[in-house]
Write a protein that binds this ligand. Structure first.
Ligand code: AMP
Ligand code: GLY
Length: 431
């Protein structure tokens, strides 16, 4: 791609995904200045962080204008659904991430369900309700387990896998009548429970053009063996060989292409990441959800494995020039192990001092996720997911060994991690 002037980039968000995006900008020959809002201490000293919240749309637009930013990369879903990219585009600022019309696919599960059905894309059967009585009537003849979902954004908590009628009824009442998720739960979807291994595909989309990023797999449950409550993600690895080349061809034909075409047919000029959540069922892969941003912690492993400059890909997508991009991937395996605060995704302490090793290997990175700098200048815990310890290796085994070794050198009082990130893949490889 021809690029004369080097760019000034703004990263929106403060988690591990955003630290990864900031690192990609720092390394990119296309970028000469990186700022973040609100950012995190892991980005220092290369990135100037401004205390503007990721949902403060007008504050972010003002910052981008004031700092003469050329390119904005939006990490989380909330500013996308609030129309940040629409506002930046009005100001003539190039941005990576969909406008509000595209982000609606993450913001409304029913909207996505209708889009999937319209385009014959495999997904679980479902019904949607805005009245609890009608939903409960429906549950009387349903088979269990069944899945009850709040239609809108609920910070990853809006999905209840109900083992029986009573649990499902309570979930419906909580969401519609009790408004536990506010307006997000005014409409609920009751969906067939799908069984199989869960994974996701990241697709960078620009209108009708797309590139599929390498495979990866997250670990959503809090405890080892995929037990316990759902979290934002406790670790990820890439590639995930549970999707082989033939399966990927099938996923591209049956899911990716019709999704991209179907979105364009809605009149949406989508320029950003389409994250397709999949359940690999016995009758083939089925779509669980669309997210319209990069996954966290999937980004940490995906971008670390890219040979092609991720900024070049995102810039091309934002400009509508994605067809000129050839994405090259390293042969290495990557793994990210999340160091969380004990108690997450429930209550957990904050403000604990984190100690880091003085140095570590070249192919090892500690991405900050929930950290901040204390008044005394120390890096302290400030979230459920605190750090994403990442390593590359010639095999998944080697990458995992390096990452876990590095995890043992980082400390804070409530440190909690899953010891089995990548274990399913390692067992598959042995089988
Ligand atoms: P979602 O936000 O729709 O992806 O749901 C969050 C999580 O709930 C998913 O990552 C799955 O682990 C689980 N889930 C969602 N829908 C289903 C379903 N139909 N069957 C089984 N599990 C589901
Ligand atoms: N790690 C799952 C997500 O970002 O939604």
């Amino acid at each position: 791609m021809t690029q004369t002037k080097k760019l000034s980039a703004l990263i929106v968000g403060s988690g591990g995904r955003e630290h990864t995006l900031a690192n990609a900008c720092i390394k990119s020959p296309l970028v000469d200045q990186v700022v973040a809002a609100p950012g995190n201490p892991g980005m220092e000293p290369d990135v100037e962080c401004f205390p503007v919240a990721a949902d403060d749309i007008e504050g972010l637009v003002s910052l981008a204008v004031e700092k003469a930013v050329d390119f904005v990369i939006v990490g989380p879903e909330v500013p996308l659904t609030l129309g940040l990219v629409d506002r930046l585009n009005e100001k003539g600022i190039l941005s990576y991430g969909p406008k509000a019309d595209g982000a609606r696919m993450e913001g409304s599960k029913q909207y996505t369900k209708e889009l999937l059905l319209k385009n014959n894309i495999p997904t679980g059967a479902s019904a949607s309700f805005t009245k609890s009585d009608a939903a409960i009537e429906y549950l009387k003849t349903a088979s269990f387990p069944i899945v009850v979902k709040a239609d809108g954004l609920a910070a990853g908590k809006g999905v209840i896998i109900a083992e029986d009628y009573d649990i499902a009824t309570k979930a419906v009442r909580d969401m519609i009548d009790g408004a536990v998720f506010g307006d997000s739960g005014k409409e609920v979807l009751i969906e067939e429970c799908l069984f199989g291994e869960e994974t996701s595909i990241h697709v960078i989309v620009s209108g009708k053009d797309y590139v599929i990023l390498p495979t990866s797999q997250d670990h959503k449950q809090a405890y080892e063996g995929d037990k316990g409550p759902n979290t934002g993600g406790m670790g990820a690895y890439s590639p995930a060989d549970l999707i082989d080349d033939d399966q990927m061809k099938h996923i591209e034909e049956a899911i990716v292409k019709p999704s991209v075409d179907g979105i364009a047919a809605e009149g949406i000029d989508f320029r950003g990441t389409l994250f397709i959540g999949l359940m690999m069922t016995k009758s083939g892969p089925k779509v669980l959800e669309f997210n319209t941003r990069f996954g966290d912690p999937e980004t940490q492993v995906l971008l670390t494995r890219l040979e092609t400059d991720p900024v070049e890909i995102m810039l091309a997508a934002a400009k509508g020039e994605l067809s000129s991009i050839d994405v090259k991937v390293k042969d290495d395996y990557a793994i990210t192990v999340v160091l969380a605060s004990k108690g997450y995704p429930g209550r957990y302490p904050k403000g604990e001092v984190i100690t880091f090793p003085a140095s570590y290997g070249e192919n090892e990175i500690i991405f900050h996720a929930g950290t901040k700098r204390s008044a005394e200048g120390e890096v302290v815990t400030n979230g459920g997911r605190v750090l994403g310890v990442t390593a590359l290796g010639a095999s998944l085994e080697e990458a995992a060994e390096k990452a876990y070794n590095l995890c043992s050198q980082v400390d804070f009082d409530s440190k909690y991690l899953r010891q089995d990130i990548g274990a399913k893949e390692l067992n598959r490889a042995k089988a």
